[in-house]
Design a protein around this ligand. Structure first.
Ligand SMILES: C[S@@+](CC[C@H](N)C(=O)[O-])C[C@H]1O[C@@H](n2cnc3c(N)ncnc32)[C@H](O)[C@@H]1O
Length: 247
């Protein structure tokens, strides 16, 4: 097993094939912003770039089309299968690996980690991910990552705890529903997800409950557990969760 997240969540596993339809993003515009951010920090469009947690490869392929030499890494074999079938995917090298325990490999001029870090529930795993990024970056390399903000997420999820979306897919009508409760003590989202796929007269129900951490970009999460963090420091003197939102 690679990352626990990949196998536990149908969104990343048995329904990976529907991921892009259920989770739409303004990928082209966001990649424009990412490219501008990298250029502004001296990383040119022909640079090497690791998309850590690349999912279906939509950012990886878009960035490769802009000239970056892209490697896409993900823990989910199912999402990587989708990524490899994407038009333009041959320009990207895809790797199945856990970004918390990444294999030794080449260094990159830039790392993108979008929509991923909130999947890591344990403080220690987050630190290991950042240490992995530090080891995988060239000197003067640039890390671009995003995290949720607790206040904004809390307000939104209190107002709208249920998200539901129905899409017509090549396999039938798919309804995805997520129901989110806020756990203020741990700053985690407790999420129940459900996929319902109707193909002709047959309906298949896939329910799941899991937790999602909210790493606050401005104020940090609940205090870290000192027993887990003893002697650990973030690379480059980074403060935990000092990220910048991309969206
Ligand atoms: C919300 S998706 C975002 C995917 C992609 N970055 C995007 O924006 O379309 C989170 C991704 O992180 C991956 N992921 C979560 N934990 C991981 C880990 N420990 N190692 C590698 N990938 C991980 C999941 O498999 C999933 O593809």
């Amino acid at each position: 097993m690679l990352g626990a997240t990949s196998t536990a969540r149908p969104f990343y596993g048995s329904f990976a094939w529907a991921y892009d339809q259920l989770s739409e993003r303004a990928v082209t515009a966001e990649c424009g912003h990412i490219a501008a951010t990298l250029s502004g920090r001296g990383v040119a469009p022909d640079a090497s770039l690791l998309d850590a947690g690349c999912g279906t490869g939509r950012y990886a392929v878009e960035l490769a089309q802009r000239g970056y030499r892209v490697t896409g890494l993900d823990a989910s074999p199912e999402l990587l299968d989708v990524a490899r079938q994407r038009p333009g995917a041959s320009a990207v090298t895809f790797v199945a690996a856990d970004l918390v325990r990444p294999p030794a490999g080449p260094r990159y001029d830039a790392i993108l980690c979008r929509g991923v870090l909130n999947d890591l529930l344990e403080e220690e795993d987050r630190l290991d991910a950042f240490w992995g990024f530090a080891r995988a970056l060239n000197p003067a390399g640039v890390l671009v990552f995003d995290v949720r903000e607790w206040e904004a997420t809390g307000r939104r999820k209190s107002r709208e705890p249920v998200h539901e979306k129905t899409v017509e897919t090549r396999r039938g009508t798919l309804t995805f529903r997520s129901d989110t409760r806020l756990d203020h003590a741990t700053r985690q989202l407790r999420i129940a997800e459900r996929h319902v796929l109707t193909t002709g007269p047959v309906t298949n129900l896939h329910p799941l409950r899991f937790r999602h951490a909210v790493l606050d970009a401005r104020r940090g999460p609940a205090p870290p557990r000192p027993d887990r963090l003893r002697g650990r420091r973030l690379p480059w003197g980074l403060r935990p969760y000092a990220g910048r939102r991309l969206h």
